[in-house]
Design a protein around this ligand. Structure first.
Ligand SMILES: Cc1cc2nc3c(=O)[nH]c(=O)nc-3n(C[C@H](O)[C@H](O)[C@H](O)COP(=O)(O)OP(=O)(O)OC[C@H]3O[C@@H](n4cnc5c(N)ncnc54)[C@H](O)[C@@H]3O)c2cc1C
Length: 511
C-alpha cells in the first residue's frame, strides 16, 4: 500500500510538471493515462477490501487462498473445523501427541495405523515419538523450492527453506543415483527439447492418451523405465492405462522449465509452511478461526450468501470450499445444483497408499539427503507393477525432524483406496516397503527404534486420471467456488491445492 501511495504522488507530480511545461503534449497524455490506470488499480483494491470472502477449511489450499486474497485487499475469514491448520498436509509434534489424539486425527483424514513396531501402545507409553515431527504420512513436494508451494511461501513474504533432492532408483542389490544420469540427459536431449517446447494444445491432445499407450509407442530402454516410474509417482496411481500422458508430461515440462530439483521437503516439516501462511493472513487483518466447523452454506436466489457456524449465521459475498468435493453436499443442499453435477462430484475417486516412517539409530552416510524410487514387478495388485519411494531427506539433521540419535526415513507405496483398506493387501505392501529398505540398508532392523505404517485411502482428493475428470473451480451456483487438490489446476497434491488458490484469486480479481 505504501509503495502505491508513493507511486500515486509521483504520478501526480509528473502530471503537474508536464502541465506546467506545456511543451510536450504527449508526456501530459501519458501521465494522465498512467494516473487513470493507477486510480483503476486503487479502485479495485478498495472494492476488494469491502468484499467479504469465506474460506471453508484451512488445508494448504484454503491457507494459500487466504494469503493470495488478503494480499489483494479482500476481507477473508477461514473457518477450520479442527484446532490445527494444514488439513492433510498436517505436521504432528511427537512431544505433545497422545495415542487417542493421534488415532482421532488420522481417522478424520481417512487414515489409520495399519501396523507398527513395537505396538502403538508401547510407542506412546515409552514416549518414543518425543523429539520427532511427523506428517500424517509421507510428504515430498514435487519441484522443491521452485514449486507452487515455494511460491506461495514467497507470496507470504517468507523464504521457502527446503531441502531439495534428485531421485535415485533402488536395484536388487543396492541403488543407482541419480536415476537420470548426464549421459541419459544427453541421449534424451531431442525428447527433452521437444517436451520443453511443446505447446499447451499438444498437451491437451495427450490428456486422454494413457501412459500405457505412450509406452507401447515410444517406450524403449531407460526411457521406458522412466515412463513407468514418474507418471505413477506424480499421480499416485499404479494402473498406467488410467494415467494421462498430457498430465504427466505437463508436470515434467514445468519442472524442466523451472530447472528445479525433482522433489523437496521443508526444513522443520510441512507445519512450518502452514504457520507462515496463517501468520500472513492474520497480519493482513483477515481471520483464521479454528475449531469452527461450517455446518451449512446458505444459497438464496441461486447465489451463495452465507454460512452457519456453531448455529450462527455469517454473511459473505463469496464462499470458497477447500473440503473434499465428495463431501460438499454434507454442508450444502443438493437441490440448488443440477442433478448430474451432484452425481458427478459424489462419484469422484481419490488415491491411496501405505506409508512407513522408520526411525533408525544410524544411516549410512551415502544415503543421507537422497530420495529413491522403486518398482516392484508382478505383485498381483492393481497395475501389477507397483511404485514407491524411500527418502532420506528427512534424515538429514538440518531437517530438524528427529531428536539427536534418531534418523527419520519416510517412505510410501502406491495402491488403490480399496487396497489401502484391505489388511491382506496392506501386509503385502508393507513387506515390499521393508524389502526395499533392506536393499538399501541390509541390516536396518538392527538399528530400528520404531516404525509406523499409516495407511491412507484419500491421499489425493481426486485422482488425476483420464477417466476421473476434476471439477472446475467455478460451480453452477454464483459466488460459490471450489479449491484444493480435488479441482482442475496444474500439478498434483499440495501443488495442485496451491495453484487452485492462485487461479481463484485471479478469477475474483477480474470479476
Ligand atoms: C498421507 C498423505 C501423504 C501425502 N503425500 C503427498 C506428497 O508426497 N506430495 C504431495 O504433493 N501431496 C501429498 N499428499 C496430498 C496432500 O497432502 C494434499 O493434496 C493437500 O494437503 C490437500 O490440501 P487441501 O487444502 O486441498 O485439502 P485438505 O488438506 O483436505 O484441507 C481441507 C480442510 O478442510 C477442513 N474441513 C473439512 N470440512 C470442514 C467444514 N465443514 N468446516 C470447516 N473446515 C472443514 C479439514 O479439516 C481440512 O483442514 C498426501 C496426503 C496424505 C494424506
Amino acid at each position: 500500500m505504501r509503495s502505491l501511495n508513493v507511486t500515486f504522488i509521483l504520478l501526480l507530480k509528473r502530471c503537474f510538471i508536464s502541465h506546467d511545461e506545456k511543451k510536450n503534449n504527449f508526456r501530459i497524455i501519458l501521465a494522465r493515462e498512467k494516473l487513470k490506470e493507477y486510480c483503476f488499480v486503487l479502485f479495485l483494491i478498495i472494492g476488494n477490501m469491502k468484499k467479504k470472502i469465506c474460506i471453508i477449511g484451512a488445508g494448504i489450499g484454503g491457507l494459500s487462498a487466504g494469503v493470495y486474497l488478503s494480499n489483494n485487499g479482500f476481507d477473508v475469514t477461514v473457518f477450520e473445523k479442527e484446532n490445527i491448520v494444514g488439513g492433510r498436509a498436517l505436521s504432528l509434534n511427537g512431544d505433545e501427541l497422545d495415542i487417542e489424539e493421534y488415532r482421532r486425527i488420522l481417522s478424520k483424514f481417512n487414515m489409520a495405523i495399519a501396523f507398527s513396531h513395537p505396538s502403538l501402545e508401547d510407542i506412546f507409553n515409552k514416549k518414543m515419538l518425543k523429539g520427532y515431527r511427523i506428517d500424517l504420512g509421507f510428504h515430498s513436494i514435487e519441484g522443491g523450492t521452485l514449486s507452487d508451494v515455494g511460491r506461495v511461501v514467497l507470496e507470504a513474504g517468507s523464504n521457502p527453506k527446503m531441502i531439495g533432492s534428485k531421485l535415485g532408483l533402488i536395484t536388487d542389490n543396492g541403488y543407482t543415483f541419480p536415476l537420470v544420469t548426464l549421459k541419459d540427459k544427453i541421449s534424451f536431449l531431442p525428447q527433452i527439447l521437444r517436451l520443453i517446447l511443446s505447446s499447451e494444445s499438444t498437451m491437451k491432445k495427450l490428456d486422454n492418451v494413457s501412459i500405457a499407450d505412450t509406452i507401447k509407442k515410444y517406450g524403449k530402454g531407460k526411457m521406458k523405465l522412466i515412463l513407468e516410474l514418474l507418471p505413477r509417482v506424480t499421480t499416485t496411481v499404479n494402473d498406467l492405462s488410467r494415467v494421462s500422458t498430457g498430465e504427466s508430461f505437463r508436470a515434467s515440462q514445468s519442472n524442466l522449465k523451472r530447472g528445479s530439483t525433482p522433489v523437496g521437503y521443508p526444513i522443520g516439516g510441512l507445519g512450518t509452511i502452514n504457520r507462515i501462511l496463517m501468520n500472513k493472513i492474520v497480519k493482513n487483518k483477515s481471520k483464521v478461526v479454528l475449531g469452527s466447523r461450517v455446518e451449512k452454506i446458505f444459497i438464496e436466489n441461486s447465489k451463495a450468501s452465507g454460512v452457519q457456524v456453531n448455529g450462527e449465521r455469517f454473511n459473505f459475498d463469496v464462499i470458497v470450499s477447500d473440503i473434499l468435493v465428495q463431501n460438499l453436499f454434507d454442508i450444502v443442499d443438493e437441490k440448488h445444483f443440477p442433478k448430474e453435477y451432484v452425481t458427478y462430484l459424489k462419484s469422484l475417486e481419490g488415491t491411496g497408499s501405505l506409508c512407513a516412517y522408520y526411525s533408525l539409530k544410524k544411516i549410512p552416510q551415502d544415503l543421507l539427503g537422497k530420495s529413491f524410487l522403486f518398482i516392484e514387478r508382478y505383485t498381483g495388485l492393481t497395475g501389477d507393477d507397483v511404485v514407491g519411494m524411500i527418502e532420506f531427506v528427512t534424515s538429514v539433521p538440518e531437517s530438524k525432524l528427529a531428536p539427536p540419535g534418531g534418523f527419520l526415513v519416510q517412505s510410501y507405496i502406491i495402491c488403490t483406496p480399496n487396497e489401502a483398506r484391505s489388511k491382506e493387501k496392506l501386509m503385502l505392501l508393507r513387506d515390499i516397503l521393508d524389502k526395499n529398505l533392506k536393499r538399501l540398508i541390509p541390516d536396518y532392523q538392527d538399528y530400528l527404534n520404531w516404525v509406523l505404517y499409516p495407511t491412507i485411502w484419500h491421499l489425493d482428493g481426486v485422482a488425476k486420471t483420464i477417466d476421473n475428470d476434476k471439477p472446475d473451480i467455478k460451480t453452477p451456483v454464483d459466488n460459490l467456488f471450489l479449491i484444493g487438490d480435488c479441482v482442475k489446476a496444474p500439478g498434483i497434491g499440495v501443488n495442485c491445492a496451491v495453484k487452485s488458490a492462485q487461479i481463484l484469486s485471479n478469477i475474483l480479481l477480474n470479476q
